[in-house]
Design a binder for this molecule. Structure first.
Ligand code: NAD
Length: 338
C-alpha cells in the first residue's frame, strides 16, 4: 500500500487487522469521518489477493462517503473487508472482528454487507457497540421505498409523466429490495417484467404483482422504460451496455458499473443511469433510525428526498454535459469539502 494507490483518494485512515488465533485478516478504510464517525458495511469475501481486497475496500468506503453526503446525513464513509470464505466465518473470527472495531473507539461503525448478516452483527456486538444492522432491523424495507421514489422521480423528469402508472419497469433480482420494490411499483400501476436466478421466487413475485417473468439472461435486454438492477454489482459493463434497451436505469445493487468508464459508455448509448449510491440511500437512512439519529417521520421525508437529489444530479449532468456519475461525485465532493 502506498499513498499513490490509484484508489487512495485522500483516505483518512486505513487499518490492517490481523489476529493470529482466529486467522482474521481484515482491512478497514475510513474515507471521511463526519459527525465523528465513518459508517459502512463489513464485507466477507475470499479475495484472490490482498491487493484485490485493498482496492475493493478503498472503492467501497469512498462510495459510502458519497452516499452519506448526498443523503444529507452527517456521517462519513467507511468500509471493512474480511478476507475469509463462508466456512472461515466462525463466531471466533466475528468476535475478533468485533475487537478490532472496538479498538477504533467509535470512529468506525460496521453493518451487514455482502457475505455478512444481522446474526453476524449480533456476534460482533458481543465485543463492540459500534455496529448496526442487528437482528430485528431490515434495511431492505427503506431501501426499496427510497428506490421507488427514485424511479418515480426519474419517470416524472425524464419521461414527462405525472406518475409511474403505465411505466414499464424490468427488475433484476427479487430479494429483500427487489421483491419489495415490485410491490410498491405494482401498487402504483407499473407494468413489470421480472427475473431472478431463483425461478420459484420469480414466479411468486410475478403472480403477486401481476408481472411477466423472463430468464436472468434476458432481463437486461428487456424493452422497458426503466431497468432496475437489484441483484449484483458490475452488471453494467462493456458487454452488457450495447444490449440494454431501457433508456433509464435505476436500481439498488451496489457498484453497478464494472469500471468508471461505463458511466460514459451509458451516456454515449443515450441511457440515463441513476448512480446506485444515490438511488439506494434508503438503507443508510433506515439505519440512521436504528442508530437513534432520526425518527420515522424524518426517515420518510429523507426517503422522498432521494427523488429530489436524483433529479438534481440528472439536471446537473445534462447542464454540464457530463455523465451522471461525474455529476453526483461533483455534488458529493462539494458537500464533503464544505
Ligand atoms: P438479496 O440477497 O435479498 O436479493 C438479491 C436477489 O438477487 C436474490 O433473490 C438472488 O436470487 C437474486 N440474484 C442473484 N443473482 C442474480 C442474477 N444474476 N440475476 C437475477 N437475480 C439474481 O439482496 P438485497 O438485500 O435485496 O440487495 C440487493 C442489492 O441491493 C445488492 O446488491 C445489495 O448490495 C444492494 N443494496 C441493498 C441494501 C439493503 O438495505 N438491503 C441497501 C443498499 C444496496
Amino acid at each position: 500500500m502506498s499513498f499513490d494507490h490509484p484508489e487512495f483518494d485522500g483516505h483518512e485512515q486505513i487499518i490492517w487487522f490481523h489476529d493470529e488465533a482466529t486467522g482474521l485478516k481484515a482491512i478497514t478504510a475510513l474515507h471521511r469521518q463526519r459527525g465523528g464517525a465513518a459508517l459502512g458495511g463489513i464485507r466477507f469475501r475470499a479475495y484472490a489477493s490482498t491487493d484485490e481486497a485493498l482496492t475493493d475496500v478503498l472503492r467501497l468506503s469512498r462510495a459510502m462517503s458519497y452516499k452519506w453526503a448526498l443523503s444529507g446525513l452527517a456521517y462519513g464513509g467507511g468500509k471493512s473487508v474480511v478476507i475469509a470464505t463462508a466456512e472461515e466465518k466462525t463466531p471466533e473470527l466475528l468476535r475478533a472482528m468485533g475487537d478490532c472495531i472496538e479498538s477504533l473507539k467509535g470512529r468506525y461503525v460496521g453493518a451487514p454487507d455482502v457475505g455478512s448478516n444481522a446474526s453476524d452483527m449480533a456476534i460482533i456486538r458481543e465485543r463492540t457497540r459500534h455496529v448496526a444492522g442487528l437482528p430485528g432491523s431490515d434495511t431492505s424495507v427503506p431501501t426499496a421505498r427510497g428506490l421507488y421514489y427514485a424511479i418515480e422521480s426519474m419517470a416524472q423528469q425524464q419521461l414527462s409523466r405525472d406518475s409511474v402508472a403505465g411505466v414499464h419497469v424490468a427488475v433484476q433480482g427479487l430479494g429483500g429490495v427487489g421483491g419489495r420494490l415490485c410491490r410498491h411499483l405494482a401498487d402504483a400501476g407499473v407494468t413489470l417484467t421480472v427475473a431472478d436466478v431463483n425461478s420459484e421466487l420469480a414466479g411468486q413475485v410475478a403472480s403477486d404483482c401481476g408481472g411477466q417473468v423472463v430468464s436472468p439472461e434476458e432481463i437486461l435486454a428487456v424493452e422497458a422504460d426503466v431497468l432496475s438492477p437489484c441483484a449484483l454489482g458490475a452488471v453494467l459493463n462493456e458487454q452488457s451496455i450495447p444490449g440494454i434497451r431501457a433508456r433509464l436505469i435505476c436500481g439498488a445493487a451496489n457498484n453497478q458499473l464494472a469500471t468508471p468508464e461505463d458511466a460514459e459508455r451509458l451516456r454515449a448509448a443515450g441511457i440515463t443511469w441513476a448512480p446506485d449510491y444515490v438511488a439506494s440511500a434508503g438503507g443508510i437512512i433506515g439505519g440512521s433510525v436504528e442508530l437513534g439519529d432520526i425518527d420515522a417521520e424524518e426517515c420518510e421525508a429523507r426517503l422522498r428526498g432521494i427523488g429530489t437529489t436524483l433529479a438534481e444530479v440528472l439536471d446537473r449532468a445534462a447542464r454540464d454535459g457530463i455523465n451522471t456519475d461525474a455529476a453526483a461525485q461533483a455534488m458529493a465532493s462539494a458537500i464533503l469539502s464544505a
